[in-house]
Ligand binder design. Structure first.
Ligand SMILES: [Zn+2]
Length: 508
């Protein structure tokens, strides 16, 4: 150890102090904005002071000497958007600057969705080796637990009592490490054959840690109602908050019944069950072709015909990924069926068979195929978006579905400004304060002293999504500036290359 000569001590402290200042930056004062604080109340004039990653003052504030002043030019300042259902992690590994999220005002993503996720330790070491421009929180995935205990190739069955015990042990340890709770993807093969009891046993573990349950439920089409009953039951038995992921009605015969579904959810809430939903603003989903076969009979022509008749529109549904034959990528199922000179139902069966053969030969090829399936009615999407307990999500992953870049700005442009199905304060609440409350975040999602300085400055008269199926990474307009933990990550349509993102853990 070396000693600092006494005479130089004051100088040394000055130097270290300067260094500490420059890593955190000076205080910032954002002035001249219409502030929407995330609680849903109307906008008001206010200034916001940021210090060391946090908001320290809100209101009428006089600038300090040396403070960095940011003129908001009368635009709207809101809490950074929280995406309660995201698949952006793999994109972030390649693109730590996170344009997909920041261009639409998102500052925190919640991953580990649909039953698949990474262990908390893996996420922690990700943050130790990567710097990213967005915060990340995660659920623990049910299917991932099944893979760890039952083996990846042995999931098409119920778990044994011992396997359930093993899964409970892993989940417990994940909850200790800050997982938000349990996520399931019960419609997918890896979890479809699990029993309701298996799911309830695991959900009870998350509940014991005051965690939460989020679910891509067992059906979004033919047996949607039964699947909703299953999540309501889980909420009733465990007493914990439960959230229905990307709520939708994917069976044409049931289009228009969003009002009845909401009535059922409200009834459950009246019975004391804390059930909510998230929703993305598109009428087409993005998933595997296999979800078009609710009975999992991928070679059955009757099942395929039912998919064509009721579950999606072949001429508006694009095959966005297809490793066995990339010439099919970017074409609709209708187009491919005409190229192949067969009915769309036959094409569905053929494509799934080709994908199966491909993955048998190429063992580690994940995500062999994906389709953006047009399957919902706009009226139902709007009804779900307006429900007083639904928040906005993207379900995005920066693939070919435009939701990866445009979900939040689409709501602000289309549903707020153009169609006025939501007021601006309401929409912001559904992207920030409400979402934070549903996730159990107590220091993000509002503009309030003591909260993290996750903020977005935008122009309500021009904010709009630009991403489309044809150009899914087109940047939104109207987002002027985005801060994550007090640092600007997006300005003038560009990433600033600051990487202040943090791993957000559940508070114990
Ligand atoms: Zn899902």
């Amino acid at each position: 150890m070396y000693r600092i000569p006494l005479l130089l001590l004051p100088f040394f402290f000055l130097l270290t102090n300067l260094r500490a200042q420059s890593t955190k930056g000076p205080d910032q004062l954002i002035v001249n904005v219409q502030m929407l604080d995330g609680t849903g109340v109307p906008a008001r004039n206010a200034s916001v002071r940021i210090r060391g990653g946090k908001i320290i003052a809100v209101g009428e504030i006089i600038a300090l000497n040396g403070e960095k002043i940011i003129d908001g030019k009368g635009l709207v300042l809101a809490p950074g958007f929280i995406d309660s259902h995201s698949h952006h992690l793999s994109y972030l590994k390649r693109h730590p600057e996170a344009l997909a999220t920041s261009n639409q005002g998102i500052t925190t993503i919640v991953i580990g969705q649909d039953g698949s996720g990474e262990p908390m330790d893996t996420l922690e070491s990700f943050f130790n080796t990567h710097k990213v421009a967005v915060n990340i929180a995660s659920y623990t995935g049910h299917t991932s637990l099944r893979e760890m205990t039952m083996g990846e190739n042995d999931l098409l069955r119920k778990a044994s009592v011992q396997e359930i015990e093993n899964m409970k042990g892993i989940l417990q340890s994940e909850m200790h490490k800050g997982s938000l709770g349990l996520s399931t993807g019960l419609e997918y093969e890896g979890a479809f054959y699990s029993s309701p009891e298996e799911v309830i046993e695991l959900a009870k573990v998350a509940a014991a840690f005051k965690g939460r349950y989020i679910s891509h439920i067992r059906s979004e089409d033919l047996t949607l109602r039964a699947a909703i009953e299953e999540i309501i039951t889980i909420g009733r038995i465990t007493g914990m908050p439960v959230k229905l992921s990307h709520i939708k009605i994917a069976n044409k015969d049931d289009w228009g019944s969003a009002v009845q579904i909401i009535a059922r959810l409200e009834k459950a809430r009246g019975d004391g069950i804390d059930i909510t939903a998230d929703v993305y603003p598109y009428t087409y989903w993005n998933s595997t072709l296999k979800v078009l076969f609710p009975d999992k009979q991928y070679t059955n022509i009757k099942s395929a015909q039912l998919a064509v008749d009721k579950l999606f529109e072949p001429d508006s549904s694009m095959l966005v990924r297809f490793l066995p034959d990339s010439s099919y990528e970017g074409k609709t199922i209708g187009e491919i069926s005409r190229i192949r000179n067969e009915k769309p139902a036959r094409t569905l069966i053929a494509l799934i068979a080709m994908a199966k053969r491909y993955s048998e030969i190429n063992e580690n090829a994940g995500g062999v195929e994906a389709i953006a399936g047009k399957a919902m009615s706009e009226a139902d999407v709007k009804t779900f978006t307006r429900w007083r307990h639904s928040n906005i999500c993207s379900d995005g992953n920066a693939g070919r579905h435009p939701r990866g870049f445009g979900s939040f700005t689409r709501v602000l442009g289309k549903y707020v400004r153009e169609e006025q199905i939501l007021s601006l304060p309401e929409a912001i609440y559904k992207m920030t304060g409400m979402t934070a409350a549903h996730l159990g975040f107590t220091d993000r999602g509002l503009i309030k002293p003591g909260y993290y300085a996750d903020l977005v400055l935008f122009d309500p008269s021009s904010v709009s999504d630009k991403a489309t199926l044809q150009q899914s990474d087109a940047l939104s307009s109207g987002i002027e500036m985005v801060w994550v933990n007090g640092q600007s990550v997006f300005e003038k349509q560009k990433a600033t290359r600051a990487y202040p993102g943090m791993l957000v853990r559940k508070k114990s």
